[in-house]
Write a protein that binds this ligand. Structure first.
Ligand code: GFB
Length: 291
């Protein structure tokens, strides 16, 4: 994101914040960073993230750490209503039974999907806290709801990552070991929408210059695939010659979560990287940097 924002004519300076320079679990350190840097805009992209297995296993850490990060970032700007905030949420904040494509108005209209409800609850809390700041102190805040992101620099762990980096590692290992079959979690039936990470960074850059009229804004690719289709695309890209088998003992999670993109599209933005192109780029990045 820093690379894309630093090329923007709208941005004079990008102040990155990493784990090394600021401990976001500490309110003092987070507040000091804000006071010291005096940013015009804060982009809250910090989070403890992971795939379905990590979310479902480390439920306590996912709610606790994400709540701490979000509360500290938001509390740090209370006294600075001129600092604008771009707060990153996730498509998993929408109710499990929201009709697809999911409109922003589905927010808080039903129960969450159980595998990632702790993470989603922390993200919902940040939105509510932002609304409180807006109403009480006049802050300008927009909450972006990206669909499942993927791309270079992701976490490619076999167990704790999201499906695309997890499968890239799995297919690479299967090709290297000349395995006769590869096991994919779940039934393969769930439908997902994936967005290439550079497209998401471009969307954020695009929004810097716009009026923030919406409380929530969905950001996605509009391209829906099943996990089975995704697995066959990665089989092709990786050159794996064996069989794909599904393991229904592993959770499927949400059966579908395609976002409605009418609002962001009507502002004049749409994604530009088709899934197959993004997968090829990401697989190549994995070969060049991790394999
Ligand atoms: O990407 P993913 O972990 O998360 O899984 P969610 C998507 C689907 O891929 C699920 C299946 O149905 C998984 O069962 N899958 C198949 C795999 N093989 C694999 C594999 O090797 N690794 C993984 N990870 N999945 C996430 C949330 O939900 O959505 C996050 O957990 C975040 O918190 C993100 O909000 C947007 O799409 O189910």
């Amino acid at each position: 994101m820093s690379r894309i924002l630093s090329k923007s004519s709208f941005v004079s300076k990008v102040i990155s914040s990493t784990r090394k320079d600021t401990n976001l679990f500490s309110l003092t350190e987070t507040s000091n960073k804000i006071v010291h840097e005096k940013p015009d805009i804060v982009i809250n992209a910090a989070a403890k993230v992971g795939g379905i297995m990590a979310n479902n296993t480390f439920r306590t850490e996912f709610i606790l750490e994400n709540l701490k990060i979000n509360l500290n970032v938001l509390e740090s700007i209370i006294n600075y209503p001129d600092i604008k905030l771009i707060n990153l949420g996730s498509s998993c904040i929408y109710p499990l039974d929201a009709s697809n494509p999911i409109v922003e108005e589905s927010f808080m209209s039903g129960k969450l999907e159980p595998t990632n409800s702790p993470y989603a609850m922390a993200k919902l809390t940040a939105i509510e806290m932002g609304n409180a700041l807006k109403i009480q102190y006049g802050h300008k805040i927009i909450n972006l709801m990206p669909t499942n992101l993927y791309g270079p620099n992701d976490n490619f762990d076999l167990n704790n990552s999201h499906v695309i980096p997890g499968l890239i590692s799995r297919f690479y290992n299967a090709v290297s070991n000349e395995s006769s079959e590869i096991s994919i979690w779940g039934t393969g039936a769930p439908l997902r929408e994936f967005l290439y990470v550079e497209d998401f960074a471009n969307a954020i850059e695009f929004l810097l210059e716009k009026e923030w009229e919406h409380e929530l804004l969905n950001i996605g690719s509009g391209e829906e695939v099943s996990i089975k289709q995704l697995a066959y695309l990665l089989k092709e890209i990786s050159g794996f010659k064996g069989d794909i088998v599904f393991d229904p003992s592993k959770p499927d999670g949400n059966p579908k979560k395609l976002l409605n993109l009418d609002k962001i599209n009507s502002l004049g933005w749409e994604s530009s990287t088709p899934l197959e192109v993004g997968l090829k780029k990401t697989y190549q990045w994995y070969l060049d940097n991790i394999a």
